[in-house]
Structure formats: structure tokens, C-alpha cells
Design a protein around this ligand. Sequence first.
Ligand code: MSP
Length: 480
Amino acid sequence: MGVFFLYNRHMNNIYVTTAIPYVNGKPHLGHACDYLLADIYARYQNGKGKSVRFQAGTDEHGNKIYKKAKELDIPVSKYVDENSKNFQDFIHKLGVEYTDFIRTTDESHEQSVQKIWEKLKDHIYSADYEGWYCEGCESFVTDKEYAENNGICPDHQTKYQRLSESNYYLRISDFKDQIKEAIESGKMLVLPEFRKKEILKLLADSPDVSISRPTSQLTWGVPVPGDDGQVMYVWVDALSNYITVLGYPEQDISDFWPANVQIVGKDILRFHAIIWPAMLLGLGLPLPKVILSHGFILANGQKMSKSIGNVVDPIEVLERHGLDAFRYFFTRHIDTFADSDFTWEKYDAAYENELANDLGNLVQRLATLCGKNDVSAPDFSAAPDAEYTDYMDNFEFTRAIEYAWGKVQDINRRIDDTKPWALVKEDKDAGRELLASLVSDLLSANELLKPFLPDVTAKISDIFTAKTITPPETPLFPKN
Ligand code: MSP
């Protein structure tokens, strides 16, 4: 009996995580990806009656942040407080509803990370090291990568630095075979498939990882227990957030760990698919079920960067056409897995042609016809849709919203073909029956859109399930 309940409780729980951004600047458009994908998944699972935990947070240690605060002449703790708050505000503006927010400067997190270090002791050793380092990545690179990239980090466009120091290392070699097996067998599914191949190659070449920095180089971090001269490497501290937020190691986290999906950008997949699994295996914890790596948002085909001057302000995007438009564009036109381009032209076109024309007009037209002909809400209960479920369960979010949008377009086509406005004049009952069935179709499509567009779908449900159907006073997507 007890075992049965335990089993059920675990089956009903879902844990989704997002990368925790560095707080050395304001949120930018790219940061929206992690949150939106996680939110869509969380809402989808909530809709199925699951109990969902959804973690978000901020990564607040490391030299990048320390230097930036010094540059601005602000106390570091004040600087990270302000920026962490900016991120929280940003996430709320995206209509994203996380359940847990963690900051790596939280005292409880710092204490837990030190305990994690102690638990990993058998796999940690100290050694001298000389090698190439990228401050932007907060990471060493191999000589091979250094040569391939001509000495310049492709993600940050800065020169690698030569560092020579004494460090602690995590013995990745202790876990390589297990990680390889987990990735190959799909026990830890790395999505998309083409990234999985890249990771297996990196894993094969991966040396042991330096996991501390001397305090002469870095002070803004979690001290290594038992060694005043060393501070933990920011990635060990940051990756631990996914379990410290659940209460590890003080609490039993098995209700929610392993995570169902961990959402990260392609640039940080290697940390999540190599260092993180090594840490988990060292702790005797299971590996996440899925690591989903999304592509990058480009601006006019180029990486957004301050020096090119093509950084798009996400708040400006949000304010242009409202929240639903933002969520729509960034799931339908920014592909879940591949790099995709943002341009204002594409954004406006999607708003006008798809949201305003396909959906906004449909609601207006159908609600007006129902109102005039006294059609009241049909009994509606959402039926499962196998194709959609398949997309959502496999994290194919762009496909899922495309599919749902196809349903919206089908209804428009059906209205054009069946001309309910003419039919009600010829045969009132048949016309009303047709309208009721169109409303049912719209409510079904609306159901599929709920995780993506929480605001407008709530409005559509209200309009078409009210006793008397009346069109909204202002169009759902007014044209500017
Ligand atoms: N602090 C680390 C993550 C630690 S997770 C334990 C970090 N921070 S970040 O601020 O650089 O990036 C945060 C997230 O935003 C990452 O998932 C990253 O891939 C994502 N993106 C940053 N720029 C992006 C785009 N232009 N497009 C899409 N996502 C991008 O890395």
C-alpha cells in the first residue's frame, strides 16, 4: 500500500529547471528562451493535473560580476541584489510562473554547496595547472580548442588568457563511461539529436575539470571548505542550484529529482551534459531525464552584441504588441532547437497576419454571428489530441503551436466554405447548429494554445462559454 502511494506521488510530480543567468547586466531577449520553454511545459503539465515545480534563479558569483560592480563603483552585494530583482521582474513580465527562485548568494545555497563539495571529496584532487581561460565562459579550454578558435572565444569574441595556478579538480574520468552510456541509451536524453553527437565527442576528449580558483584571482565566490586559499569555481556553485533549491542535502529530494527536463542554451550544454552529470554521479544522485538545449536568438541574422549595436531590448518587444504576441512569436517563429532570427518586420508581420487576422478576426466574426443568432455556448469538454500530445511530450514546442495554429486556420476556412451567415437565413436551426459546432472547434484549438498564450486563451474561453456570446468590445489584437 505504502509503496503504491509512493510510486504514484512520484509519477504525478514534474520538475522543470532553467539556466540561471549571470547578473552582470540587464535581461536581454535571449534570456526569454529558457523561461518561455519551461513555462509552456509547466503549464502543459499543470493542465494534465500534474504537480509541477519550476525553478528559476540568478547566478551571482564569479569574476565577471565582481569586476562589473567594481567598474560601476557599487558594492557587489547591492549590485547583485538590484540585478537579481531585474530578472525577477522580467520573468513576471513574460507571464512566466515559476514556483521556486534561487539566488546563488542565498546563505542556504552557499552552505549546501559546501556540503556538496565535501560529499564529492573522493573525486576531487589538487594540482597545478597552466592553460587557456575564457572569462566570459568562466571556463578553461583545451589547447585543441584554443588552436581551433585561433585564440579567441567564439562566444565572447575575447582573447583567451593564459593562467597558471594551483587548483582543485573534479575527476571527470571517474564518470565518463557512465555518462556516455546514459547519453547513448537515452536514459539522460540530450535534445536535439545533433547536439547529442557534439556532446559525445566533447565528452570523449574532456579532461578533468578545474573546480576552484585561488583567492588571489577570485574572491567573490563560495569558499572551498578547509582551504582558505581557494574559492569554488562558479559552475560548481551554479549547477548545484538545481538541487539545493529542492533542499539538498538536508532534505530528501526524491519527490522531484531527477528533473523531468532541464532547459539550457546551446552555449552551456557542455556544462550541463558533462560536469553536472559527473557531480550528480559523484553524489550518488540520478541523472536528469532530459536536457533540452535551445538555439540562439539572432538579430538580423547576427549574434546580438553591444559592440555591433544590434541588441534588442526585450521590454520594447513586449510593449510593442503585448504579452501574447511576445509569447506567440518566441515560440512559433523562434524554433525550439535551431538558431532563429528576430526582426521587427517579422514580428509585426506575425502580429498582423497571424494573431490579428487568423485569430483576432475569427473570434470577432464568430462571436458576432453567435450573438446575433442567439447561439449559446455548447457543452464543451476538451478531448485529447494525439498529435499535439506527441509534440508536447517530446518538447517539440514550435511544432505544437504550428499544429494548433493550423486548427485555427481550418476554422477560418470552414467558415468561408460553409457561410453560416447565409445558412442562418435559409435554415435558422441548421445555421445555429453549424455555429455551435464552429464554437466547439474554436474552443478545442484554444485548449491547445493555452500553455503558449495564457492571457488571450482565457479571454476566448470566457467569451465562448458565457451564457450569451458577445464579441469583445475591443478586438483581441487591435491593429496599430
Ligand atoms: N550563468 C550561466 C548559466 C548557469 S546555469 C547553472 C549563464 N548565464 S547567461 O546569462 O550567460 O545565460 C543564461 C541563459 O540565456 C543560457 O541558457 C543561455 O544559453 C541563454 N542565452 C543567452 N543568450 C542567448 C541568445 N541570444 N539566445 C537564446 N538564448 C541565449 O550561462
